[in-house]
Design a protein around this ligand. Structure first.
Ligand code: PMP
Length: 400
């Protein structure tokens, strides 16, 4: 009965790794997937995660019972505190409904399903471009996806005027997806002043902000600084959705640890929202997994582990920043034509190189370097020893 099923295309991001794995060349380099690698090119399990796991293993009182539908209550509280700040009035006033979800993607999807069911304006505006999965997650949940201007290829920076015009023209009540920091794929974030203008516009038009926070701590190395845009929106007392992921900042990728927080205007509303979130989640996956969230909350609630985490997180962020500098210096030293200053100006895991599809294909074919076809490279996949190879490839791609 399934003989007529057609072969599905590979995921545009995860497919890069599939192609990389097939390549036999010893010099191959995977800059496609957004996962942190050490200087030696190896995946990293944070020390603090190892310690938390050890504590969990040693605790013989722990059992493997189901979590509640909304997940680990302690994890939810700590996650809301992490993104909103220790002294957040929204938390103190019990206006935040939080659900532990399956990493960032699951949090976005649960939020989207909730909106499709309970919100009257089913249009969501996502930046152009955005993380490739946004369009699919929101569409599959039944929302209608539109885009707002974000990136300006000529400056390789923010098209702020276009952004204001597009959001200004959005229908009242429309949902707006905002990358909390370290915009993926462009690495271009608004300044604090620009965020303030975006906030005023969103609030004055009655739009609903939905933050995707997949990189808290990864952009600047500071958890608080990277949460600032979210906190600006929550400080004005208005509603806000936030999807958090611990994939990158705790390196818990495969553990699927994340949270959806819905900030409401009153405690009784938050409590009813929470009750409805359970109805969204129960038929989807019943309840979330225990292990990863236990690791995260062990770290978040213990001040020693928390401080150690901040140091390790900063070290990851700093290594990425140093890769930016090294790649920029290498291209400058080679005299590669063009302005490459965006490599050091952009923020977070990715650089949007400005290389076109043909140049990307050339680099893959001739230099065995793998990246998404839009020219996005994961800086976290680079090391001091591979920067020269990448610089050679970029130089050849733009001069051939
Ligand atoms: N949002 C953005 C912008 C991302 O870059 C990612 C991961 N690449 C995610 C969400 C979700 O990641 P995960 O589901 O692994 O937490």
């Amino acid at each position: 009965v399934f003989a007529a099923i057609v072969q599905a295309p590979e995921d545009p991001i995860l497919g890069v790794t599939v192609a990389y794995n097939k390549d036999q060349s010893p010099i191959k380099l995977n800059l496609g997937v957004g996962a942190y690698r050490t200087e030696e090119g190896k995946p990293l399990v944070l020390n603090v995660v190892r310690k938390a796991e050890q504590l969990l293993v040693n605790d013989q009182s722990r059992v493997k019972e189901y979590l509640p539908i909304l997940g680990l209550a302690e994890f939810n509280k700590l996650s809301a505190k992490l993104i909103l700040g220790d002294d957040s009035p929204a938390i103190q006033e019990n206006r935040v409904a939080t659900a532990q979800c399956l990493s960032g993607t699951g949090s976005l999807r649960v939020g989207a399903e909730f909106l499709a069911k309970h919100y009257n304006e089913r249009t969501i505006y996502i930046p152009q471009p955005s993380w490739g999965n946004h369009l699919k997650v929101f569409t599959m949940a039944g929302l209608s996806v539109k885009t707002y201007s974000y990136y300006d290829p000529t400056t390789r920076g923010l098209n702020f005027q276009g952004l204001l015009e597009d959001l200004g023209a959005a229908p009242a009540g429309a949902i707006v997806l905002l990358h909390a920091c370290a915009h993926n794929p462009t690495g271009v974030d608004p300044t604090v002043e620009q965020w303030e203008q975006i906030r005023q516009l969103i609030r004055s038009k009655g739009l609903l902000p939905f933050f995707d926070s997949a990189y808290q701590g990864f952009a600047s190395g500071s958890l608080d600084a990277d949460a600032q845009p979210v906190r600006m929106f929550v400080a004005d007392g208005g509603e806000c959705f936030i999807a958090q992921s611990y994939a990158k900042n705790m390196g818990l990728y495969g553990e699927r640890v994340g949270a959806l927080s819905i900030v409401c205007k009153a405690a009784d509303v938050a409590s009813r929202v929470e009750s409805q979130l359970k109805l969204v989640i129960r038929p989807m996956y019943s309840n979330p997994p225990l292990h990863g969230a236990s690791i995260a909350s062990t770290i978040l609630k213990n001040s020693d582990l928390y401080n150690e985490w901040k140091v390790e997180l900063k070290a990851m962020a700093d290594r990425i920043i140093s890769m930016r500098k090294q790649l920029f210096d290498a291209l400058t030293a080679k005299g590669t034509p063009g302005d490459w200053s965006h490599i050091i100006k952009q923020i977070g895991m990715f650089t949007f190189t400005g290389l076109n599809r043909d140049q990307v294909a050339f680099m893959t074919k001739e230099y065995h370097i793998y990246m998404t076809s839009d020219g996005r490279i994961s800086m976290a996949g680079l090391s001091s020893s591979t920067v020269p190879h990448l610089a050679d490839a970029i130089h050849a791609a733009v001069t051939c």
